[in-house]
Design a protein around this ligand. Sequence first.
Ligand code: ADP
Ligand code: ZN
Length: 297
Amino acid sequence: METFGGIEAGGTWFVCVVGDSERSILAEARFPTTTPEETLGRVVAFFREQNRVLPRPISALGVACFGPLELAPGSPRFGCITTTPKPGWAHTPIVRTLQEALDVPVTLDTDVNAAAIAEGTWGAAAGLDNFIYLTIGTGIGGGGVFNGQPLHGLVHPEMGHIRVPHDWQRDPYPGACPYHGDCFEGLAAGPALRGRWGIAGESLPSDHPAWALEAHYIAQGLHGLICTLSPTRLILGGGVMQQAQLFPLIRAETVRLLNGYVSSPSILEGIDQYIVPPGLGHRSGVMGALALARRRS
Ligand code: ADP
Ligand code: ZN
């Protein structure tokens, strides 16, 4: 049986799994994100031990990583975490370190691209070639899969930092993005809910006016993404989207803002299947890491 390794490399935890191509998890461990040396040392020790007990060693490793990352294949810094403010992690050559220590091919992508690939392999976008996964949590991040491939580019998309119109009269909150203030993430990620209303999203009642405004901003973000990339489905995950009442509000507001211009039955008649929750829930990151490895082999 062929097995693969996956690492969901997050700012708080590194989650490591060994799985097979049918997505069965054979082993799992999580290590707190401390220094690169300590954290990657524990990750390497985990996979070495797995290689020892498995009938045959893992054949590839996928890493779904917090960014920003250098993903341009020709770059001398290919496979590195680049300018993160996370202490000690800037310019960490994560691909080279793992490749040398474990002697397997390593595929790195952003956590959101990996989550999108997992959703396209096993989840809410199974069988689709063109779709977007957006997470709305501590920040807003988007992963796009187009023609079956994750979107990269100059760096990689930063869909959370697009600009959305901000009506200062309706919403005097200045926004929480340290770079842009009232960009999409600055207005609509979890910290903006807390900043604007003084109460964290998870503690706001489901009939609070916060949700109509939140849906308005999310729909504006989706409007921009739909018009730019023309995804055939939009998957919305992350902590804030645990508020299930947001889905109907976002769908209705997106249709309203598009105003009939994008004349596809998916939007005009099938919006409930067009804007959807993830099929893999909070597991899409780690399953994405596994899916990255599986695609490589
Ligand atoms: P992260 O983005 O850090 O990976 P999450 O996706 O869980 O983690 O997002 C955390 C953010 O989402 C926090 O700002 C938190 O207040 C908010 N959040 C978490 N759960 C809920 C919820 N049930 N309803 C609304 N907001 C939530
Ligand atoms: Zn921003």
